[in-house]
Design a protein around this ligand. Structure first.
Ligand code: CA
Length: 440
């Protein structure tokens, strides 16, 4: 678990003036990583670090050789088109690079003249996936979501008895993961209405979102060698926002007996900026279990987890229709939740995933699962917010929505605030739904 150090000092200011604006997502205390290039140039992607309204081009900085030791090794890895090599190096390298960048970007730094030519305006950037994602696993860490959705699918039996013991997950598909802003077609699939004898192939009419966080794995483990829970966070590079678009009508027909399949694998959107665990250190909070739930089995328990195993990340869902965009109305907030409500933590996901010997690799992505909170206005999917599609939401354009219509855009945002710390943000995760492909 990373500790507070000089890079978190709230008094730090950058010579990149925009980074000092209160409320900015990317102050000098954040320093998240992405895969970037100048939009429309066709240049190779390379690693970048956000600072205010600018990006430090890590390939350009690497050519200037401003650092030495572990920081120089990490910078060389960060200069590659995607961040797998940097992710694979581990916390000592990540921390050395963060410290070197923090010192180079501070007001009065002697390296200002070296770093300044390596900046590009963030407004001119386009993003690639931060890593080659070899494997993607989606967990189910909100007991509130599990209970709410269970009630809709199984009214008599909302929360299955294994939930409080075992972190539930399934192996997802990485080929359809895209970086924000992602545009994708409405999926078609087998849909069976309750009052018909046979399913039909049709475009989904119950296209939904799932607000999640995505966890990028750092150093992996050898096949057959589990990662102990106390060491699990050393295998986590950082966190992005994740939207697990979900076709509820396809899901309802296909999900038994083997779980999610075509209802989920047509698109998943992640935000471009990976916020490191070290940047999140000031926002750690205790991992708590109420007395009426079983304590985690020993392989999922650790005293340090109980002290600060959870992370206080505020999360926001906003919806924008085509008409709203035409009227100049911004995406409208429809729900807010927080990662601190998760039933299973980052470390428990990693420890459980590997307890059977399964090997993780640098750049693998773990979804947290839909992060609904305890209150109904903290639901992180439209199926929950609209009571299964029965209670439409009204948007500022006067339009009513239960599920997504063609042309709708959903924007997820995340940020962290705590006393004595500078607010940091995740940027946004944006996706837009196009009409289903034509065909039979
Ligand atoms: Ca999910």
């Amino acid at each position: 678990m990373s500790l507070i150090n000089e890079t978190h000092d709230p008094a730090l200011r950058s010579w990149v003036a925009s980074a000092n604006q209160p409320g900015h997502d990317f102050p000098i205390q954040n320093l998240p990583f992405a895969s970037v290039r100048r939009r429309g140039t066709g240049e190779p992607f390379r690693g970048g670090v956000a600072i205010g309204d600018a990006i430090v081009d890590l390939a350009a900085l690497h050519r200037a050789h401003p650092f030495d030791g572990l920081a120089a090794e990490a910078l060389a890895a960060g200069a590659e088109p995607q961040l797998n090599a940097l992710m694979g190096l581990g916390p000592a390298h990540w921390s050395a690079l963060r410290l070197a960048l923090s010192r180079a970007l501070r007001e009065g730094s002697a390296l200002c003249a070296v770093v300044e030519p390596c900046l590009m305006p963030r407004a001119e950037a386009e993003y690639g996936l931060p890593a080659r994602i070899g494997d993607y696993t989606d967990f189910y860490s909100s007991i509130h979501h599990a209970t709410n959705i269970g009630r809709l699918f199984r009214p008599d039996n909302p929360l299955l008895p294994n939930y409080t013991w075992v972190p539930i997950g399934y192996h997802g598909r990485s080929s359809s993961i895209g970086v924000s802003p992602q545009v994708f077609r409405r999926p078609r699939g087998q849909i069976k209405a309750p009052d018909t004898a046979a399913p039909v192939l049709a475009p989904s009419r119950r296209l939904d979102i799932e607000l999640e966080l995505g966890v990028f794995v750092g150093p992996g483990n050898a096949l057959g060698e589990p990662i102990p829970v106390a060491e699990a966070e050393a295998h986590v590079f950082g966190i992005v926002l994740l939207n697990d678009w979900s076709a509820r009508d396809i899901q309802a027909w296909e999900y038994q007996p083997l779980g999610p399949f075509l209802a989920k694998n047509f698109a998943t959107t992640i935000s471009p900026w990976v916020v490191t665990l070290e940047a999140l250190a000031p926002f750690r909070v205790p991992f708590e279990r109420s007395a009426d739930h079983p304590p985690p089995l020993p392989y999922l328990d650790d005293p340090r987890l109980r002290e600060q195993g959870a992370v206080d990340i505020q999360l926001d869902i906003a919806w924008q229709t085509v008409r709203m965009a035409e009227q100049g109305l911004p995406p409208h907030p429809v729900a807010q939740t927080n990662y601190r409500h998760a039933y299973w933590t980052l470390a428990q996901m990693v420890a459980h995933h590997t307890v059977n010997g399964c090997n993780l690799q640098p750049g693998d992505l773990l979804g947290t699962g839909t992060l609904s909170g305890p209150r109904s206005d903290q639901a992180a999917a439209f199926i929950e917010l609209t009571q299964g599609g029965k209670q439409p939401l009204t948007l500022p354009s006067g339009e009513a929505r239960t599920f997504l219509e063609d042309g709708d855009t959903v924007v997820l945002r995340g940020w962290c605030e705590a006393p004595g710390a500078v607010r940091i943000g995740f940027g946004e995760c944006r996706g837009t739904v196009l009409p289903a492909p034509s065909g039979q």
